[in-house]
Design a protein around this ligand. Structure first.
Ligand code: SAM
Length: 240
């Protein structure tokens, strides 16, 4: 997969792309990430990219002609162009999966007070990473890059991402590692005695319990199997 990020601050991505799983995925050719400086598409001799808003008001607005040229020069019919904006659809694991299936993803980062409304005509999608306002789209694009790249084949073990929270509509079950006892708190017995059938059942039940207690909205949106219905009934009785 190819990812292109159109930004005024390419250096902001050094840390995100230069460490851990993302670094390895890029080095091993699972994906490529190209940083494109929007400022290079300004025709102004001082490389201005923004201007004051029509009608007055605070801040500067990213100009549509500069961004249009940056998009046109760096995309083809195969590109899926996404504008990072607090006004977009709220980002979720299901959207990360959708984006991970694209051949080429182009993430466009706004900055300042925002961008000229007409830029919306040049993209395929608009994504918000949550109901709060960031200084610029760079952190949001970083979040999208990270969550998409880890879903690509061979970036991490498939079982690992399949069991993550949200992947099947539930939060993940509790995880433990050595030591078996820490400050008087022990790892649940079932996880150390090697019975895989019981471990699977324990994990499913605890996954349902966490989701029921922390994110009941996720359960409402999910069709439960017979086994899950039975376990959830037990959980409700246990928490009374
Ligand atoms: N005035 C704009 C508004 O109220 O919608 C917010 C502009 S914000 C200060 C500057 C840029 O940061 C936006 O154009 C967008 O690219 C990015 N941004 C801010 N919050 C974001 C969020 N929650 N999700 C995605 N991008 C965001």
């Amino acid at each position: 997969m190819k990812i292109k990020i159109l930004t005024l601050f390419p250096n902001m991505f050094e840390g995100i792309l230069g460490e851990s799983i993302l670094k390895r995925a890029i080095e091993s050719g699972i994906c490529s990430v190209e940083l494109i400086d929007i400022r290079a598409y300004s025709l102004d001799k001082h490389h201005h990219v923004d201007d004051t808003p029509y009608g007055g008001g605070a801040g500067m607005v990213l100009a549509c002609d500069v961004v249009d040229r940056a998009i046109a020069a760096n995309t083809t019919d195969k590109s899926y162009k996404v504008l990072m904006t607090p006004q977009g659809r709220t980002y979720k694991q299901a959207i990360a999966k959708e984006l991970a299936s694209k051949e080429e993803l182009v993430l466009i980062c706004g900055h300042y007070e925002g961008f000229d409304e007409r830029i919306r005509d040049y993209v395929d999608d608009e994504i918000s990473i949550g109901d709060y306002v960031l200084t610029g789209g760079e952190l949001a694009a970083g979040v999208v890059c990270d969550s998409v790249i880890r879903l690509l084949d061979h970036a991490i073990r498939k079982e690992s991402s399949e069991e993550d929270s949200f992947s099947d509509g539930l939060l993940e079950y509790p995880q433990y590692t050595r030591p078996v006892e820490y400050k008087g708190v022990c790892v649940p017995e079932v996880l150390v005695n090697g019975n895989h059938k019981l471990i699977r059942e324990y994990r499913l039940k605890e996954s349902l319990r966490k989701t029921y207690l922390r994110r009941p909205d996720l359960l409402e949106a999910r069709a439960l199997t017979g086994e899950e219905e039975k376990l959830l009934k037990e959980i409700k009785e246990e928490s009374e």
